[in-house]
Structures are given as C-alpha cells and as structure tokens.
Design a protein around this ligand. Structure first.
Ligand code: ZN
Length: 269
C-alpha cells in the first residue's frame, strides 16, 4: 500500500543524506585544518606579547642585581637554590599594588615583584612570595601561561571561549596551590606563608592583634553559592582555601621530608 509514493522521493532522500554527510566531512576537515592554524596564531601572539612586555619592563622596572640590590638578589638566589629552579631575571616594578607574577617562554624566565612588597613584607614573607613565583617557573606554569596568554587574541566561538576560560581558571587555581607549596619550602615557615597572604589582601598589618582580626574575617569566608561562583571565574582560589591548604601541607609528612632535604643540602653547600 505504499506504491503511490512520488517516484523521486527516495532518491531525493539519498541525495539529501549524501549532502549532509559531505557537509559534515567538510566541516570536520576544516576544523582539523584550523587547529594547527589557531595554535600557530596563538604561539605568534604569545611570543609577541611576551617580548613587548619584557621590553616595557626593561624601560620601567629595575632589574635586580648584586650591584643595585644585593640583599634582594641574595634572597632570590637563596630561594632559587632551595627549590633548584633554573636562573631567573627579577624585576622590581614601580606599581602601587601588592603583587608579583612571572612569565617567559625560555630560561631565564622573569619574576616581577611590585615595589610595595619590599616595604610591607618581612624577609621570610618575601621568601614565600619569591618561592611561590619560582614554583610557577619550576613547575612549568610560567611558560604555559605565557603561551595561553596569546589565546586571548585567538577568536573562539562564544560558547567555546567560556568553556576554555573556565577550564583554564580551574587549572590556574590548582597551580596557585602548588606554587604556595613551593613558597612554603622556600621560606620554611608556614606561619609566614599565611601572614604574607593576609598582607597581600589587607595591604599590610602592623600588629599581631590586627593579624588575628584579619584571619578571623578571612576564615568567615564561606562556601555560599555567590562565593563559589566568584571563585570559578577567578584565577586565584579563595584566600581561606589557600590558608587551609597551607596548614594541611605543613602537617603533611611530604613537606617535612622535602624541607629536611633542603636544609641538609643547604648545610652541605
Ligand atoms: Zn601564583
């Protein structure tokens, strides 16, 4: 009872499916061809941004050396030896914020410390901050992030851009925990790691009572949906979580073992 079908209907269906298949094949092929192109664009952009950033630092910031800042140069060198990271160039930048970061594709990678850190942090807190940045260098976050920085210039469809950004922020936050551990190993004093982090967000602390009050406020940060949402968009974990992780790692046998190894190797040197 189907012989009344219009004679060309089935052929048309076959042609339609064939056409669909060709379109799918072409799109897939195009995507595969576009990937190397996008990666290429990303590398070129990242390389250019890296170079121009380095140039502007050379003009505006101070390159730390034994001649102009022997104390800081020795402090960085001490941290570098403890963590056994490759050579780095350290700059002190005249910005007003309390911040530090690292970047660069190849050795020596660059650590940038903002000027106010030197005023607000004591030597051990500075070791934590320098060690944290050296952790990013030693664990390969620095070059990977420099490369991914180039991704900002690569056009992605909106949905893909959101997914990629969120995924990388998630990884960024994991990197912060790792780098905090490096900072702890560089300074060897977990309480200084915590006070350095508190100072980074409060802008400076002048007494123990003030530190205790600040810690109370930070510890009141909760896992409310708003906090969790803000965190998922951020490159850094909530401070309360970083402090928690520091306390946990301080009690971890691995931390004790690595610290003992570092101290022994330091005495041997
Ligand atoms: Zn970091």
């Amino acid at each position: 009872m189907t012989s009344y079908r219009y004679p060309n209907e089935e052929i048309i269906l076959l042609l339609t499916l064939g056409g669909l298949f060709v379109v799918l094949l072409l799109t897939a092929g195009l995507t595969v061809c576009l990937v190397p192109l996008l990666v290429g664009v990303m590398v070129v952009l990242a390389y250019t941004m890296n170079r121009s950033h380095h140039q502007s630092l050379l003009q505006q910031a101070t390159l730390v050396g034994m001649e102009n800042a022997p104390q800081l140069a020795r402090l960085v060198e001490g941290c570098r030896r403890r963590l056994r990271t490759g050579p780095v160039q350290t700059f002190v930048a005249p910005q007003r914020a309390l911040n530090a970061y690292t970047f660069g594709f190849s050795s020596p990678q660059v650590v940038v410390l903002f000027q106010p850190l030197l005023r607000v942090m004591d030597a051990d807190e500075l070791r934590f901050i320098v060690g944290h940045e050296l952790g990013h260098v030693g664990l390969g976050h620095a070059w990977l992030n420099t490369l991914l920085g180039g991704m900002a210039g690569v056009p992605l469809p909106f949905g893909a851009a959101v997914v990629v950004t969120l995924a990388f922020r998630w990884w960024n936050r994991a990197c912060e925990f790792s780098a905090d551990r490096a900072g702890m190993l560089a300074c060897g004093k977990p309480e200084k790691a915590i006070s350095a982090l508190v100072k980074l967000v409060t802008g400076g602390i002048s007494s123990q009572a003030e530190m205790d009050r600040a810690l109370q406020v930070i510890e009141a940060e909760d896992d409310s949906p708003l906090h969790v949402l803000t965190e998922s968009l951020s490159t850094h974990p909530m401070l309360v979580k970083r402090i928690d992780q520091i306390r946990q790692y301080a009690a971890d046998p691995q931390y004790r073992r690595l610290l003992a190894q570092i101290e022994a190797q330091n005495q041997g040197a």
